[in-house]
Write a protein that binds this ligand. Structure first.
Ligand SMILES: [Cu+2]
Length: 72
C-alpha cells in the first residue's frame, strides 16, 4: 500500500471535491481518495503509488490542477 498526498488548486465546494475524488478514483490502482476542501490536500491510497502524470491527468479531467506534488 502506498499513500500520496498532494495539493489541488481551484476547488471551491463539495461538488469540486466530488469531481476530483471521482476522477482519481477511476485510476485502476487507486483504492481510496480523501480530499480536504479547506486545505486542498488530496490523499490517494493505491497498491504501488500513482505517477504524477496520472494524477495530473485525472485532476485536470475534473477541471482543476495539481498545485504541489509530494510523494510520501
Ligand atoms: Cu465546486
Amino acid at each position: 500500500m502506498s499513500t500520496q498526498t498532494f495539493k489541488v488548486a481551484g476547488m471551491t465546494c463539495q461538488h469540486c471535491v466530488a469531481s476530483v475524488q471521482e476522477e482519481l478514483g477511476e485510476l485502476p490502482e487507486v483504492t481510496n481518495v480523501e480530499v480536504s476542501l479547506d486545505s486542498g490536500d488530496v490523499t490517494v491510497t493505491s497498491e504501488n503509488g500513482i505517477s504524477k502524470e496520472a494524477a495530473d491527468a485525472a485532476v485536470q479531467e475534473a477541471g482543476y490542477t495539481v498545485a504541489e506534488w509530494s510523494r510520501t
